[in-house]
Design a binder for this molecule. Structure first.
Ligand code: DCP
Ligand code: MG
Length: 374
């Protein structure tokens, strides 16, 4: 063995929720390759395969050094046969044949382009692909009837595929805060999702809203949405109601991983005009009709009762794989069920008012949001 190549890792735990995974890490070339294969598997609705690649990538993201040779990977968990093969190829040749073939494949490109339309999932995109529709313009010419979300998705396609910057997220946050305080004084708003994990860009901006007096948050979402609509901040919105059943023993046990909070999927109209009132993101959007002074931004709003706030915060901070790993840890290692609403030790509801308490209930070391980038 070549000297100096051995990683100074004694052991790496196998669940991503047991590890610190920073945003910036040492193995981007490898994780980019694995992420392409994960994405392709997800677009082909092969969830198991997607998760396997995501777990392998997450393991590499948590390593303290760059991997230079396959021998350094001996004894590490989460690296399946297929992932190892891809990693070795990239280490030896600089590229993986399978990754190259995938990124150049017509199907992958079309599926990415079509699922890049807001309101279009893998199933719909696949159906259209089989009909010979490969791009949003193919779709527009096809004469297909689109639903309201998809029409907005096509209309703002380019902008919604432009990363949302941190200053834009902050500007949106100021607007949402004004809305929330206008309709319910004392309500609290927290930035969640990727931006809470320290990301500098995102595909959307996510916010969690609550009120310290339990019950006051009920019916809050329609009021927030009406205020935003009246002020002309919304290009699109779809609100789904809270369908969560509560009993004296605490929130109902999760029937699935689906959240049942009051939720609003929206597209904001964010002013980018430096002459504009409060928002100064200084970004000019080019359209077919020339430049304009606002851009469309995807924004997700979630309302949670105060008693469930810590669970909602933990469940909505992500990353998606980190969340999945937390739930897997809870079930398989602790015989507990975790959701964005509650944690149950068999039948017993475990109360928590902070993320730290939830990690403690789960017997896990606390991992701060910036280290949940699995
Ligand atoms: N989430 C989840 N499962 C879902 C939807 C959301 O676990 N089906 C959680 C984890 C995500 C968070 O909510 O991190 C926000 O969802 P996003 O899709 O917005 O993901 P991110 O904010 O992490 O990424 P991006 O920067 O692309 O918005
Ligand atoms: Mg997000």
């Amino acid at each position: 063995e070549k000297p100096g190549l051995e990683l100074t890792v004694v052991s790496v735990p196998s669940y991503a929720c047991q590890r610190h995974t920073p945003l910036l890490h040492h193995n981007t070339i490898l994780t980019d390759a694995l992420s392409i294969l994960a994405e392709n598997a997800e677009l082909s609705e092969n969830e198991g395969r997607g998760v396997a690649f995501r777990r392998a990538a997450a393991l590499l993201k948590s390593l303290p050094q760059e991997v230079r040779g396959a021998e350094q990977l001996r004894g590490l968990p989460c690296l399946g046969e297929h992932s190892l093969r891809v990693i070795k190829e990239v280490l030896e040749d600089g590229v993986s044949h399978e990754v190259e073939t995938t990124t150049h494949s017509e199907q992958f490109k079309a599926m990415k382009a079509l699922t890049g339309i807001f309101g279009v999932g893998a199933k719909t995109a696949d159906r259209w692909f089989r009909e010979g529709i490969h791009t949003p313009s193919n779709l527009q010419r096809s004469g297909h009837t689109l639903n309201r979300a998809q029409r907005a998705g096509v209309c703002y396609y380019d902008e919604l595929n432009l990363p949302v910057t941190k200053p834009e997220a902050v500007a949106i946050g100021q607007i949402v805060e004004r809305a929330v305080h206008a309709v319910l004084p004392g309500a609290e708003m927290t930035l969640i999702g990727g931006f809470r994990r320290g990301k500098q860009t995102g595909h959307d901006v996510d916010f969690l809203i609550t009120h310290p007096d339990e019950g006051r948050e009920e019916g809050l979402m329609p009021k927030v949405v009406s205020w935003l609509e009246a002020q002309g901040f919304l290009l699109y919105q779809k609100t789904t109601g809270n369908s969560y059943l509560e009993s004296k023993e605490g929130p109902a046990r999760p029937a699935s991983n689906m959240d049942r909070f009051e939720r609003c999927f929206s597209i904001f109209r964010l002013s980018t005009d430096n002459e504009g009132r409060e928002i100064q993101t200084g970004r000019e959007i080019q359209t077919g009709e020339g430049p304009r002074s606002w851009r469309a931004v995807r924004v997700d709003l979630v309302v949670s009762p105060y008693s469930q706030f810590a669970f909602a915060l933990l469940g909505w901070t992500g990353s998606k794989l980190f969340e999945r790993e937390l739930r897997r840890w809870a079930i398989h290692e602790k015989a507990m069920t975790l959701s964005s609403h509650a944690l149950y030790d068999r039948k017993r509801y475990l109360r928590a008012s902070s993320e730290e308490e939830i990690f403690a209930h789960l017997g896990l070391e606390y991992i701060p949001p910036c280290d949940r980038n699995a």
